[in-house]
Every structure is written in structure tokens, then in C-alpha cells.
Write a protein that binds this ligand. Structure first.
Ligand SMILES: NC(=O)c1ccc[n+]([C@@H]2O[C@H](COP(=O)([O-])OP(=O)(O)OC[C@H]3O[C@@H](n4cnc5c(N)ncnc54)[C@H](OP(=O)(O)O)[C@@H]3O)[C@@H](O)[C@H]2O)c1
Length: 315
């Protein structure tokens, strides 16, 4: 017996189980917490926010699949078994994230909030509009998601740069890396898009000190932040302070240190902030069940698993 166990918090496991069974009817696909069966029969766990310590209860576990691109919901578990930890890399998820990034870059670039406010007042007034080729977008995190968004934004015409931990070369994109590259990257960036993973090195990186280094005197006449990475990257109070003092002209936030964003947060009602409920790049079981099953089949044929995370780097 080599069973797959679905462990998820906040998502409907029945929907995932149906997708797994539709694609692989002969597989044993179980659901935590009610239908786990014999823990010794669990070979694979597919997880979204499992309770810490749970995965250590399966003595014959061979691999853990994160059902989201991020693995921070797993790496914080001190008892996480030392088996390969695989993250999701899937065209469906990447395309959804790129939609979100492009939507929000264009929203700030084309001043949609301003025109919405004017519409409410029945004001017909046109503002100066820079060309995309005059506007510098900077993407923090030039991984699978960041790179796709960067390439689409460059195709639209924006001046796109990317920032990563290690050096990268991407056609048509200016690249920066490491601590030394960060200053220069921020100094040329008017719209900062954050698609970093949450690791000890990135926690709280979107703070007032960093936001003050963005370019405010570019074609847009202000700096903007779009965070669709993880909430723990940002300091909400610092974003509000940056908006207050003018370091930021606006922000689109999909993720927050505390989710759902508490009702009393001033971010909800800030006129220059767009809030979305952590749905920039959702994990759709119709796409991702197939992705995980393909990986398991490869693994059982003796081929290496793809997109295994580096435990030391944390992503
Ligand atoms: N809001 C949502 O709905 C949603 C959905 C999916 C994913 N996400 C988030 O998006 C993140 C990125 O996903 P991905 O698939 O693009 O990940 P990825 O392929 O692993 O890319 C991560 C990128 O971040 C860079 N990075 C990591 N630590 C860094 C550091 N300390 N300093 C500078 N750069 C650093 C990496 O640099 P190197 O290239 O040098 O390794 C890489 O370019 C996920 O971890 C998740 O948190 C959010």
C-alpha cells in the first residue's frame, strides 16, 4: 500500500480528492483528519498549512508536496520529516500570478484609482499619462513567478528589472542580485513588485527603510508597492507610514502578516491601497492534482523529483 494523504487547512479536501481520483482511480487517496487509516501506509503527503508535528507521524513517508508555490507553511515545522519537500511549479499557477501582477502594475500606471474617484464625483478630467517605456518596474524575486511576470511586463513596454539572491541573466530584463545590488535596484524602481518567498532572510524586508529607497521622481511621480509574495515580508505599519510621508504613492497588497487582514486595519480604507484576499495566484486542484501525480509517477519510475526545495535556503 502506497497511499497519498491530503492534509489541508482552509481548503476543501474533497475537491482535491475528486481530482486525484478522476486522474488516478487506482490510487489510494486519503483525507486528513477523518480518513487517514494506517499511518504506516502513507507514502506521500500533499499539504497546505498542516498542523506542526503531524507529518512526523507517518513512518514511511517518501515525499511531501506543497500544494502552493511557497513552502513557508511547512518549513516552520520543527518536526518536518527529512524527506524531499517539493513545491508546486505549474503553468496554471504562474499564469494566474502574472495576470495579477500585470493588472496591478497597469492599475497604478494608468491611475485607475484616481479615475474611479473622479467617476464617483462625475468629474471629466484627463491627467498626464507617461508611456510604459518611461516607467521602471522592479520585481523582487526573479524565480518562476517573477520571471514570467517580468517578461510579460517587458513585452507591454515597461522598463523591467529583477532582483534575486544569486545572479541571473534574462533577455530584455535588467538584473540585480545580493545586498549590493539591492540599493541600485531600488533606486531605479518606481513600481516595486514583490514575489519573494518568506524565509528568515526575507522576513520584514518590505519595511520603511527599504520603501524610502524607491524612486519617487520618475515618470509616475511617485513609488508604488505590489506585494503578492507573502505577508510576513511586509511591515503593515511601515507601509502606512510610507504612504503618509510620501515614500509610497500607492500599494496593492494581496498578503498580510495576519490573514485575514484584521477589520480594524487602516489599510482597508486607505484611498491609495488596493486589498485582495491572498488570491493573486490560487492553487486550482484541476491543474495541480495532475502536476503532483505526474511527479509521483516519475518518482516511482526511479526518476528524480522536480522542484525539491533547498532546506537550507528555505525555498
Ligand atoms: N499571493 C499568492 O497567491 C501566491 C501564490 C503563489 C506564490 N506566492 C509566493 O511567491 C513566492 C515566489 O514563488 P516562485 O515560484 O517564483 O519561487 P522561486 O522560483 O523559488 O523564486 C524565488 C525568487 O526569490 C529569490 N530570493 C529568495 N530569497 C532571496 C533573498 N534573500 N534575497 C533576494 N532574492 C531572494 C530567489 O533568488 P534566486 O533566483 O537567486 O534563487 C528567486 O529569484 C512563493 O514563495 C510564495 O511565497 C504567492
Amino acid at each position: 500500500m502506497s497511499a497519498i494523504l491530503l492534509v489541508m487547512t482552509g481548503w476543501d479536501p474533497a475537491e482535491w480528492q475528486a481530482q486525484f481520483l478522476a486522474l488516478a482511480p487506482r490510487r489510494e487517496v486519503r483525507i486528513w483528519p477523518d480518513r487517514v487509516g494506517d499511518p504506516a501506509e502513507i507514502s506521500y503527503v500533499c499539504a497546505w498549512k498542516p498542523p506542526p508535528g503531524l507529518l512526523a507521524q507517518f513512518p514511511h513517508l517518501k515525499a511531501i508536496f506543497s500544494l502552493g508555490a511557497g513552502v513557508d507553511h511547512l518549513t516552520g515545522d520543527p518536526l518536518l520529516p527529512a524527506v524531499p519537500l517539493v513545491r508546486v511549479v505549474d503553468r496554471d499557477l504562474t499564469a494566474r500570478m502574472t495576470e495579477y501582477v500585470v493588472l496591478h502594475v497597469l492599475l497604478h500606471h494608468r491611475r485607475l484609482r484616481l479615475y474611479q474617484a473622479q467617476q464617483r464625483e462625475r468629474v471629466w478630467h484627463e491627467h498626464a499619462q507617461p508611456a510604459a517605456s518611461e516607467v521602471a518596474v522592479g520585481i523582487m524575486g526573479l524565480g518562476v513567478l517573477g520571471r514570467d511576470a517580468a517578461e510579460v511586463l517587458a513585452r507591454i513596454g515597461f522598463r523591467v528589472a529583477g532582483f534575486s539572491r544569486t545572479g541571473k541573466s534574462v533577455a530584455g530584463i535588467e538584473t540585480f542580485h545580493g545586498e549590493n545590488g539591492l540599493e541600485a535596484f531600488l533606486a531605479r524602481t518606481e513600481i516595486l513588485v514583490c514575489l519573494l518567498p518568506h524565509t528568515p532572510a526575507t522576513e520584514g524586508i518590505l519595511n520603511l527603510t527599504l520603501l524610502r529607497k524607491l524612486k519617487r521622481d520618475g515618470a509616475l511621480g511617485g513609488a508604488y508597492l505590489i506585494n503578492a509574495g507573502r505577508g510576513m515580508l511586509q511591515v503593515d505599519a511601515d507601509i502606512l507610514a510610507a504612504l503618509e510621508e510620501g515614500a509610497l504613492a500607492g500599494a496593492s497588497l494581496d498578503v498580510f502578516p495576519s490573514e485575514p487582514l484584521p477589520r480594524e486595519s487602516p489599510l482597508w480604507t486607505h484611498p491609495n491601497v488596493v486589498i485582495t484576499p491572498h488570491n493573486a495566484g490560487v492553487s486550482d486542484p484541476r491543474a495541480l492534482a495532475n502536476n503532483v501525480l505526474m511527479q509521483i509517477e516519475r518518482f516511482e519510475r526511479g526518476l528524480p523529483l522536480e522542484h525539491v526545495i533547498d532546506r537550507k535556503a528555505g525555498y
